[in-house]
Design a protein. Structure first.
Length: 339
C-alpha cells in the first residue's frame, strides 16, 4: 500500500483517561485515507497499553514508544515517522469531529497556495471558571482568512494547536517544531508566516478543544505570558525592520506598567520609541523615559509614525482598532495590535 494522504500526529503522556476517545475520534473520521502516528512519551500509567490495543485492532494506528522527552520531542518524533502528504496535529485529550480531516484536506487540495490550515474549535472547558481561556477561543474563532490571521499574529497565537494541518513539504523546507524557552507551536507559526506561508481556516467547528487542569499551557514555564511575549517580540522586531527599515521608530498605545513591561522586550531589541498614548488624563502630558504621553486625539495623522497597541484587556483592544480606523489608520500599513 502507498502512503496515506494525511498523517495525524498525536503526542501522548500519561493520558490513559482520555487517549482512547481521542484515538476513536480520528479513526472514525469520514476521511479514511489516513494514518494516526501516536508517540507515547515515556508514560508511567496505562497509556502505552491502550495504544497497543488500538493498534492491534486498526492497522492505521502506528504507535511509537520513547523515553520521556517532552512535548516537542514527541511531536517531532511523530512528524518524522509520518508519511502523509499532509500532517495534522492532534492532542490526546481533545476530540476531532467526524469531518475534520476531510474538510481540512479538501481546503489544502483546493487552495494550493495555502500551506497550513486549521478550523474553528469548540471550547471544551467551563466558561464560568476559565473565562479567560473561553474568551481566547472566541477570539481565535474570529480569525478565518489569511489576512486576518497574518495581521493578528502578534496579538496571540491565532490557532488551537491540535487543530492544525500542514503540508509535509513545508516541514522539510522550513523545519518542524523547535525546542526552547518559548511555546513551540507559536514559534513555528511565526517562523512560517515570516517565510511567507499562507494560513487560513475552515470556517466550521471541527475540534473540541478541552481544557483540563493539567494542560501544559497552564503549568509549564515555556507557556507563560512572558515566554509568549519574548518570542512574539523577536518576530515582531523582524517584521518592523522589514516594514520600516533597520532602525524602526514607533508610537506605543498604552503607557501603563504592564504595557510598558511587555513593550520593553521589543524595545531592548532596538526599536525606538517616539511617544506613548493613553486615555487617562492623569497620564497625558507626562514623560516616560523622556518620551511624552499623548492623548489619543494628539496622535499624528496616519502615515507619519507607525503605531503599536499594547492594550490587552478584552474590549479595549477592539476599541483601539475602531478608533484608529475612524482616523484613517489601516492595520498592517499604519499600525498593529501587539497585545
Amino acid at each position: 500500500m502507498g502512503s496515506p494522504k494525511v498523517s495525524v500526529t498525536m503526542p501522548c503522556y500519561n493520558c490513559e483517561s482520555t487517549v482512547g476517545a481521542a484515538i476513536e475520534s480520528i479513526l472514525n473520521q469520514t476521511f479514511e485515507d489516513l494514518e494516526l502516528v501516536t508517540v507515547d512519551d515515556g508514560s508511567d500509567d496505562n497509556t502505552a497499553e491502550i495504544l497497543k490495543e488500538y493498534a492491534a485492532r486498526d492497522s492505521r494506528l502506528k504507535p511509537i514508544f520513547l523515553e520521556h522527552q517532552g512535548v516537542v520531542g514527541a511531536a517531532n518524533a511523530a512528524i518524522s515517522a509520518a508519511s502523509g502528504e499532509y500532517i495534522a496535529r492532534m492532542d490526546a485529550d481533545d476530540l476531532a469531529l467526524p469531518e475534520r480531516i476531510a474538510k481540512q484536506a479538501e481546503l489544502l487540495d483546493r487552495d494550493q497556495k495555502t500551506g497550513l490550515t486549521s478550523c474553528r474549535v469548540e471550547f471544551g472547558g467551563d466558561r464560568e471558571t476559565h473565562g479567560g481561556y473561553a474568551h481566547y477561543v472566541d477570539w481565535i474563532n474570529t480569525l478565518i482568512g489569511a489576512d486576518e490571521i497574518a495581521l493578528n499574529r502578534f496579538v496571540e497565537f491565532p490557532f488551537a494547536n491540535p487543530s492544525i494541518m500542514m503540508r509535509s513539504e513545508l516541514i522539510e523546507e522550513l523545519g518542524p517544531f523547535r525546542d526552547g524557552n518559548f511555546p513551540e507551536d507559536y514559534e513555528l507559526v511565526l517562523r512560517w508566516l515570516e517565510a511567507g506561508v499562507k494560513m487560513r481556516k475552515v470556517d466550521e467547528e471541527l475540534l473540541i478543544w478541552n481544557d483540563p487542569p493539567d494542560r501544559l499551557s497552564r503549568n509549564h514555564p515555556k507557556y507563560t505570558v512572558e515566554a509568549f511575549y519574548r518570542i512574539k517580540s523577536e518576530y515582531l522586531f523582524n517584521w518592523l525592520q522589514n516594514r520600516l527599515g533597520p532602525n524602526p521608530k514607533v508610537g506605543i498605545i498604552g503607557s501603563g506598567r504592564t504595557s510598558r513591561k511587555r513593550y520593553e522586550m521589543l524595545e531592548s531589541l532596538g526599536v525606538e520609541t517616539a511617544f506613548y498614548v493613553d486615555v487617562d488624563p492623569r497620564k497625558v502630558g507626562m514623560y516616560i523615559h523622556g518620551k511624552k504621553v499623548l492623548g489619543r486625539n494628539e496622535i499624528p495623522p496616519a502615515g507619519e509614525i507607525f503605531l503599536l497597541s499594547y492594550i490587552a484587556s478584552w474590549g479595549a483592544r477592539e476599541e483601539v482598532a475602531e478608533f484608529l480606523h475612524s482616523q484613517g489608520f489601516v492595520m498592517g500599513r499604519d499600525y498593529l495590535l501587539a497585545s
